[in-house]
Write a protein that binds this ligand. Structure first.
Ligand code: TTP
Ligand code: MG
Length: 419
């Protein structure tokens, strides 16, 4: 499969009938029987149940009395959290072996960003190479499922897609023990038939309003006139839902390790309007953030730009870098692109400007050796040298020429010359 450059490979993993599956592993006599984890009685609710119990209509969060009525023959167990938590921690360690960017969502599910990570992708020789396509991602998914089956005797369902939303949809499509790749081309066939409730942001309050207007499936929503959805949920939410329905989602996988994110922001007494002044403010924030990264020995996978405009609207936009970095130039370029392409400044000036970085990992853990090019290494060495001069001689010892230049009174029409 061909993919556009810069596209991501995101994996979502969700364990099957997690608490119930662990109990069945501990006592194989339970296998094949309807098993419900939860407390019986008037005040109890179902935590989860085996797939055999689901055939009777039993579901998570259902009152236990309802479950008892639907499935009178079920075995009930109260649940053992410490055991499930220990299994979850061990699975987490397996996930960590595959990529440094793991975002756990709950005790039994997580997102992994596999873009560019090096894995033994099989093909007879099990050659190590970086993950670049969804098929590579699926190969990693297979390895991951095999490891969990082997180490824990449990099954997981995996979705592989170019973003978080589609990966999560995909992991659920063929549960249990599923492995589904969901490229953007498959969105009409696989996403559009699903109920609108599957879009993030459509909850119990919004869903009935959409149903009343005849919008039941994601496809209904795609086919509906824009004005209808705008009126039902407001134009902001409508845009968000339309993007998801087309399979678009640019949220980044936020690793919880090194969850300490690094950021810098400034509020200005007077709104910034001159593009040149705004650009220099961006550069200064990027410089601060990059220096913190280098001091901590970390590289960042994502760059986040925060802009508050004169009318107090706040925008936060993020992008994933093709390769983790601690370089000012790379960070400021990402921030510039976000400002240019993703923030509708309109006539507004900038009141607050911030740059943050996430997806942090130790510089030594940079896995995508493919991307280590000597130009970047040289830039990094230069940055380190500058940092150490600053550390010895103080802040003012070295300043970027660009940051010294006075603001220009008129709009720039040609790119700045190199100083
Ligand atoms: P889920 O992944 O939602 O459910 P599951 O793993 O049991 O089944 P599936 O195959 O559909 O993924 O939740 C993971 C665990 O979290 C689940 O085993 C029990 C617990 N849980 C609750 O205790 N209460 C709830 O309402 C839900 C949804 C889950
Ligand atoms: Mg699960």
């Amino acid at each position: 499969m061909t993919q556009s450059p810069g596209s991501r490979v995101i994996l979502h993993l969700d364990m099957d009938a997690f608490y119930a599956a662990v109990e069945i592993r501990e006592d194989p006599r339970l296998a094949g029987r309807p098993l419900i984890i939860g407390h019986r009685g008037r005040r109890g609710v179902v935590s989860t149940c085996s797939y055999e119990a689901r055939k009777f209509g039993v579901r998570s969060a259902m009152p236990s009395v309802t479950a008892e009525r639907l499935c009178p023959g079920a075995v009930w167990l109260p649940g053992r959290m410490p055991l499930y938590a220990a299994v979850s921690r061990r699975i987490r360690r397996v996930l960590d072996e595959f990529t440094p960017i793991v975002e756990p969502l709950s005790i039994d599910e997580a997102f992994l960003d596999l873009t560019g990570v090096v894995a033994g992708l099989g093909g007879g020789s099990r050659r190590l190479r970086p993950v670049t396509t969804l098929e590579d991602g699926a190969a990693v998914g297979r390895l991951l499922k095999d490891r969990i089956r082997h180490d824990e005797r449990l099954t997981a369902s995996v979705g592989v897609a170019p973003n978080k939303f589609l990966a999560k949809i995909a992991s659920d499509l063929e549960k249990p023990d599923g492995l589904v790749v969901l490229p953007i081309e498959a969105v009409p066939r696989r996403l559009w038939p699903l109920p609108v409730e599957r879009l993030w942001g459509i909850g119990p309050r919004t869903a009935p309003r959409l149903h009343a207007a005849g919008l039941h499936s994601v496809g209904d929503l795609v086919a509906s006139p824009a004005a209808l959805l705008d009126r039902l949920v407001g134009p902001g939410t409508a845009d968000h839902l339309r993007a998801l329905a087309r399979g678009q989602d640019d949220r980044t996988v936020e690793s919880d390790r090194g969850s300490k994110s690094i950021s810098e922001e400034r509020t200005y007494g007077e709104d910034l309007r001159d593009p040149d002044v705004i650009d220099r403010a961006l550069l200064a924030r990027a410089e601060g953030v990059a220096r913190d990264l280098r001091r901590e020995g970390l590289v960042a996978r994502t760059v986040r730009l925060k802009v508050r405009t004169g009318d107090f609207t706040t925008f936060t936009r993020a992008r994933t870098l093709p390769d983790p970095t601690d370089l000012t130039e790379v960070i400021v370029e990402a921030a510039r692109a976000l400002l240019r392409d993703r923030i509708p400044l309109g006539q507004q000036g900038v009141r607050l400007l911030g740059i943050g970085v996430g997806g942090l990992q130790p510089v030594s853990a940079r896995q995508s050796t493919l991307f280590v090019d000597s130009r970047e290494d040289r830039a990094r060495r230069a940055a380190r040298a500058t940092d150490s001069v600053r550390a010895r001689l103080g802040e003012a010892a070295i300043t970027r020429a660009r940051l010294l230049r006075p603001p220009r009174p008129v709009r720039r029409t040609s790119p700045p010359r190199k100083p």
